[in-house]
Ligand binder design. Structure first.
Ligand code: NDP
Ligand code: MG
Length: 384
């Protein structure tokens, strides 16, 4: 299978390339992309020898292109090249592994072109769920969730019409048990020290605020066509149960494994086959306990904000996502305290008018407006 890995230099990219390298008989690398990490991309091209490489955030550069050409790799520049490789007739599967709103256009291009879309970039569905799902329906694209919770739900789903509830589990992140009055002073490195997974910094901060789970509720709403009222979040600190589906007869089906990314990656890549992942087998008897608790909305105000945006509908989730990206970036740069992240998002949601128009253009317009409002809010907070 010819595979394009969008976001090849990131955490999802690395785990995808591990699978591809372990199964050269199954996967041939068609394209690898990065935003600005030219050296890291060149190194990956040396190992994986794709047909194309893309640097989406770099203007054309002949010397750089020559160093890729030495490896028989054609280097493309600029964001439009992401859509180009994702929809190329020779590309069969696309790992959507770009972080943030920047991944929307290429994910949508892959869905429109009928590809097998391995969906890690949850922000695409958060911003434009109806658009992406319609594109996939019309083209026959297969969306396979890589996000571990959605991958779990996908594995537990047999009869969508008989689903009563979807229960997404959440680890609660690094601050689940920290005294509330200490949250104000937490640092980016503390926020990125996830108890069970090593991931990129943006999603790690999202896990610490639980906005990640809010984004995942929205992702699940569109991916599985189940409305917000039937999607619940439960904190499960051990990250063994990756999510659950309850049916109308009261049966609850869960997917379990040790928290090892290789399980979800192999499932999504090999589906409908199953291949060995190398993950440590579960030893139920050796496990002390599996615990579950309700999320505390005072500690995690981002979660109710995400539900509110989903219920508001239209472009509200796109505004939520944009404000979150700006606030998280400011927090990571030391320009915003952790506890101000939800305040910036709430203020932005109140300041951006909601639209029912679901075109890519109107969504990107709302994204830009929300980014501007969120930045203004952060500047105001710093000036105060
Ligand atoms: P990383 O930060 O590790 O990697 C991000 C990748 O996207 C890099 O290749 C980066 O390139 C590229 N990139 C960054 N900005 C842009 C841009 N503006 N345009 C194009 N490409 C860009 O992120 P993760 O791998 O952790 O996450 C990727 C996505 O997968 C996110 O949406 C996340 O929510 C989702 N996800 C991740 C999980 C994980 O285990 N990591 C689990 C579930 C979902 P460069 O190196 O040049 O900056
Ligand atoms: Mg997840």
């Amino acid at each position: 299978m010819n595979l394009a890995v969008l976001g090849a230099t990131g955490s999802i990219g690395a785990s995808t390339l591990d699978v591809a390298a372990a199964h050269p008989d199954r996967y041939r690398l068609f394209a690898l992309t990065a935003h600005a990490s030219a050296d890291a991309l060149l190194e990956l091209c040396r190992v994986h020898r794709p047909k194309y490489a893309v640097l989406s955030g770099v203007p054309g550069n002949a010397a750089l292109a020559a160093s890729f050409r030495d490896l028989h790799v054609e280097l493309l520049f600029g964001a439009a090249a992401l859509e180009q490789v994702a929809s190329d007739a020779d590309c069969e599967a696309v790992m959507a592994g770009i972080v943030g709103a920047a991944g929307l256009a290429s994910t949508l291009a892959a869905a429109r072109a009928g590809k097998r879309v391995l969906l890690a970039n949850k922000e695409a569905l958060v911003m434009a769920g109806p658009l992406v799902m319609r594109a996939a329906r019309e083209s026959g694209a297969k969306l396979l969730p890589v996000d571990s919770e959605h991958n779990a739900v996908f594995q537990c789903l047999s009869d969508v019409k008989a689903v009563r509830r979807i229960m997404l589990t959440a680890s609660g992140g690094p601050f689940r048990a920290l005294a509330l009055d200490k949250l104000d002073a937490v640092t980016p490195d503390q926020a990125c020290a996830h108890p069970n997974w090593v991931m990129g910094r943006k999603i790690s901060v999202d896990s610490a605020t639980m906005m990640n789970k809010g984004l995942e509720v929205i992702e699940a709403r569109w991916l599985f066509d189940v409305e917000a009222g039937r999607i619940e979040v439960v904190i499960h600190p051990q990250s063994i149960v990756h999510s659950l589906v309850e049916y109308v007869d009261g049966s609850v089906i869960a997917q379990l494994s040790n928290p090892d990314m290789r399980v979800r990656d192999r499932h999504a890549l090999a589906y409908p086959e199953r291949i060995a992942s190398g993950a440590r087998p579960l030893d139920l008897a050796a496990m002390k306990s599996l615990s579950f608790e309700r999320p505390d909305h005072q500690r995690f105000p981002c979660l109710p904000l995400a539900y509110a945006a989903l219920r508001a509908g239209g472009t509200a989730p796109a505004a939520l996502n944009a404000a979150n990206e700006v606030a998280v970036e400011a927090f990571l740069a030391g320009r915003l305290p952790f506890t101000a992240i939800p305040r910036v998002i709430e203020a932005t949601l109140n300041a951006v008018s909601n639209s029912d128009s679901m075109s890519l253009e109107s969504i990107m317009e709302v994204d830009a407006t929300a980014r501007r409002k969120a930045s203004e809010r952060i500047q105001m907070a710093r000036a105060a």
